[in-house]
Design a protein around this ligand. Sequence first.
Ligand code: XLS
Ligand code: NI
Ligand code: NI
Length: 436
Amino acid sequence: MAFFPKIKKIKYEGPDSKNPLSFKWYNEDEVVAGKTMKEHLRFSVVYWHTFRNPLSDPFGVGTAFRPWDDGSESVKNAQKRVHAAFEFIEKLGAPYYAFHDRDVAPEGKSLAASNKNLDAVAKVLKAEQRRTGIKLLWGTACLFANPRYMHGAATSCNADAFAYAAAQAKKAIEVTHQLGGEGFVFWGGREGYSTLWNTDMKRELDHLGAFLHMAVEHKKKIGFKGQFYIEPKPMEPTKHQYDSDAAACLNFLRQYKLMGHLKLNLETNHATLAGHEMQHELEVAIAANALGSIDANTGDPMLGWDTDQFPTSVYLTTECMLGILKMGGFKTGGVNFDAKVRRESYEPVDLFHAHIGGMDTFARGLKIAAAIRADGRLAEFVRNRYRSWDAGIGKKIESGKTSFKTLETYMLKKGEVTKNESGRQEFLENLINEFI
Ligand code: XLS
Ligand code: NI
Ligand code: NI
């Protein structure tokens, strides 16, 4: 059965093509810096936005027109939706997808019923994965939508909510494992607070630490080899989320001795909300050897919320790919489009336009980043900027052979700091633009 009857497999036609349903830059088999684009980018389609988002906003109901979906919360509808999803992903040519448990299957009247629903849909997911070769980049548990999680899940004041969340995460990890998922994400959801007047922050953080340790323990128990990730976001829906930004997540992981067990899944619009550039978040994660995957999207600078738009800025994707190439490429992670079409873009074909645009923009970013690296001038500039640390006093300091006393002696003898050199910001910005 064809759910997108008018759309054929999206092909690479090159930058001169005027066909909107073709790739202008993403040529999956083209080799860039030693790997194919497909291997570098590991594109992933998200189930929640692409197949479940009704495109509502705080001022109006959903507008999405999805003719394959009868709008019911039945298992049958959920199973049918899987076929539409896989036809879409297959026609698009993305190798991966990602989901929350409750995106793919409806919540039942009890935990047992929900688990049963999930199993029933997972069976169809598995069959479709086999048929198409599309793989699961990561799974996750929706621990924020149901009213039981109104105060949070792992950080709820209600211990029963914590227990329910643990049971739900357990099942979601198991299903992810059965589907050969390459990772599992913990995004804070409602793990944060709306007011400190009613919050015991220390206790909530301790609970979150305990929750993740139990997840790690269960992962080992069932032999799940996928990567665990934590996804930073500073606010929304709470006013303060505990997993605020990359640095806060790393601090949390270190404090609770979880560093070896989780890497970061960084989302562009979350970086923006945290008052950082994505480039900043990437650098923080890479420096800690903790970058795992990215949720590729972008915000609207005129709107202060998580608008989850598809990335269209080549400048942004160049920054992302410079970071990814610098860390040696994705291992288990990928470019996961945690992005949705606008409320006005309500037709099925808009889903194609959105993803094609995101994929082409990332393909360009990859090629530009690879060219900047091959050129070498940028890296050479940075290397040279720190040359005072390669020999003499700098080398001594770096190797831990100095003290305040010996540095005082050094400076008393030398008298003044060697003349500083320009940071050449504008020169470097022009250099980057040479490649864009
Ligand atoms: C929400 C998050 C969410 C996670 C998965 O803002 O981005 O979609 O990626 O739970
Ligand atoms: Ni996300
Ligand atoms: Ni988000």
